[in-house]
Design a protein around this ligand. Sequence first.
Ligand code: DQA
Length: 142
Amino acid sequence: MNGPNLDLLGAREPEVYGHRTLADLEAMVAMRAAELGVEIAFFQSNHEGALIDRLHAAMGESDGVVFNPAAYTHYSYALRDAIAATGLPVVEVHLSDITGREPFRAVSVTAPVCLAQFSGLGFGSYTAGLEALVSHLEKERL
Ligand code: DQA
């Protein structure tokens, strides 16, 4: 799942987020998911409520979520509550290093209810997040 403004990847502040698009990102993550033998669905929205609705829909449908809440990371208690409410393992990911930018970005209100956070690895944050989620699910099944 991807939050606001990530539909503009490639065009948006390329010096921070790179030149590749959301479609490129999804293709790379889909490839890694196929290698890991897991099914994946993608969702992006610029709207907080739509992201909350998608998290609710994931209950009973998905085993876990890799989520870049984008700017909502820093202040959305509603998304934090939605993550906690689902009870699903959610891995938070960020393209940029949120600890090395403006001070407001260093705060994540969502990370405390997530399984893990990967930040600053570009597209690699998503594959690392997916790998962490899959290995968590495998351990749970043992
Ligand atoms: C981001 C970091 C956020 O601070 C920012 O608002 C984003 C993208 C990232 O992936 O680096 O939109 O989540």
